[in-house]
Design a protein around this ligand. Sequence first.
Ligand SMILES: [Zn+2]
Length: 141
Amino acid sequence: MAKDYDRERVYQAEKGISSLDWDSLAELRAVLNQTWNHALGQMGNPPMVRTRRFATISTYRKLTNTVSLSPTDKTMLTLAHELSHAIVHNETKHMYDRENVEGHGARFRETYVIVTHVLVGPDAAIQLGTNFAGIPAAVGS
Ligand SMILES: [Zn+2]
């Protein structure tokens, strides 16, 4: 797999963007069930969402289609980030050449702005998109 050159730049772009914290997993799952098919235009069921005790970072696992959230970061922006990985994976899992759809490349960033608009709000989405505009296209993408 190609190195994920855009990862650090995505993390930088997220800094300073404010979003609300979620209160409970039940609330989060309800939001996801309401938005997955309609606002996010996805087929099938949303990924499983859980918290991982003691985890300091949040992750998306393709094999189990699970978003694992760190209990130390309960922002909706983090949910939007991990959900965007799930969406890109679901939309591209049958593609033969996955080189340019893995990691934090252009397709991920475009998806992330849309998901942020739905889950966090237009101000955060505009800010994120503006921050991403400063990221040049990676070689080969
Ligand atoms: Zn990520």
